[in-house]
Design a protein around this ligand. Structure first.
Ligand code: FEO
Length: 392
């Protein structure tokens, strides 16, 4: 719990115990479930928390409230990492009303069997205002950032945007900083969070950014990660890049799925050739031994990608297949891609990688596709040289 301004208290918390966020993402620095309390003539709770930390969240809420009772529970997003305590709040405070988007009401009834939960909702449409006294919350729809019912709200008194998942990041606040100015590596885990969780919905994020540019924002208060009070343009620019699907950095990522090391040797040789020809920021990523969500976010980060994989069961080696599947569903686009395959009797990796790439849009697949037979030999060098030239 922490006071943010005279009227706003942070009542969220850190989760270091979670093994996998959304049951799939490793979060070595934990994650925060952000929640805020606005104390004005009327009192609004701004979202709740994951049930994993429900008791701690309720304790924070009660301590911040003191003797007062909340009037509203504002629900910006119904994903359970933020909404799990709604039923408890409604039970504890029988007069409280849920303030949320029109599209949330049906979903609220799916998640909770609290009697007459729909009757306790005040629904907000685009531009509607919740008047707390000094603080007036203006609501804006943000569908598919990251679920369809998402709304954000802007408190005109403090210039604060409550941005739901937008501008969120992995990492507990006690680990990475309560304010983004204390977090020099903000973009690393924010990028991994954005690309993997919200990345499919670049268009809706662009729509939200357009709305945001019309508001005098001084503070961004997301549902995960640090509060952003300084240098807002830097963070908004990164979100603009990520949601536009354009590369953020120059460089070539060589993604390798190698079973016994033969394919890896070819990847290392390609890196050597590329660097000898002046390419900068060339790096190898072993898909078999690194966190797939980081590999996906780095594929989006850089402008060029080389896929190097063994053949496997008349297809492509599983780590590469999984990687490409994620690139496809996250709408990977507008990049230059090279291919190296390995096969000892019937090479199939390049065919399958190419088939998956063809389901994505606006990729430039450079020639030649290099085929290694079991182990790279000096006779393979010319093809690797040609591939390097095509990538430069
Ligand atoms: Fe952090 Fe989409 O919930």
């Amino acid at each position: 719990m922490r006071k943010i301004t005279d009227d706003v208290i942070y009542i969220g918390l850190d989760d270091f115990d979670i093994d996998l966020f959304e049951s799939q993402y490793k979060v070595p620095q934990g994650v925060s479930y952000n929640s805020y309390l606005i104390l004005d003539e009327k009192i609004a709770i701004m979202d709740t928390a994951d049930a994993r930390k429900g008791e701690e969240w309720e304790a924070n809420l009660k301590k911040a409230l003191g003797e007062r009772k909340p009037d509203y529970l504002v629900v910006h997003h119904l994903e359970p990492d933020h909404s799990s305590m709604i039923a408890e709040v409604l039970e504890t405070y029988p007069d409280i009303q849920v303030v949320t988007g029109v599209r949330s009401v049906k979903m609220l009834q799916q998640f909770f069997d609290t009697p007459d939960i729909a009757g306790r909702c005040i629904t907000m449409k685009e531009g509607d205002v919740l008047d707390l006294g000094k603080h007036k919350l203006h609501f804006y729809a943000a569908p598919m950032v990251h679920w369809p019912e998402v709304m954000v709200s802007f408190d005109e008194y403090e210039g604060a945007l409550y941005s739901a998942d937008g501008f969120g990041k992995f990492g507990a606040l006690s680990e990475c900083g309560f304010y983004s100015s204390e977090d020099p590596d903000w973009s690393e885990e924010a990028r991994r969070y954005y690309i993997n969780i919200v990345g499919k919905y670049g268009g809706p994020v662009q729509n939200l950014l357009k709305k945001a540019t019309t508001l005098p924002i001084k503070s961004i208060r997301p549902l995960h990660g640090p509060i952003i009070n300084e240098d807002l343009g830097k963070y908004i620019k990164l979100y603009d890049i990520w949601s536009s699907y354009v590369p953020e950095s120059k460089g070539i990522m060589i993604a390798v799925a190698s079973i016994y090391g033969g394919t890896m040797r070819a990847a290392e040789k390609l890196k050597e050739i590329l660097e000898s020809k002046g390419a900068e920021n060339v790096f190898i990523r072993d898909l078999c031994r690194t966190e797939i969500s980081r590999n996906v976010s780095d594929a989006f980060r850089y402008e060029k990608l080389v896929l190097a994989a063994s053949s496997y069961d008349n297809g492509v080696f599983t780590p590469m297949h999984n990687f490409l599947h994620l690139l496809q569903i996250k709408c990977y686009t507008g990049r230059t891609v090279g291919i190296i395959e390995n096969g000892s009797w019937a090479p199939s990796a390049a065919r399958v990688m190419n088939e998956i790439l063809c389901q994505m849009s606006n990729l430039t697949i450079v020639e030649p596709v290099v085929t290694i037979r079991s182990r790279m030999k000096s006779t393979d060098y010319p093809a690797l040289e040609q591939l390097a030239d095509a990538l430069l």
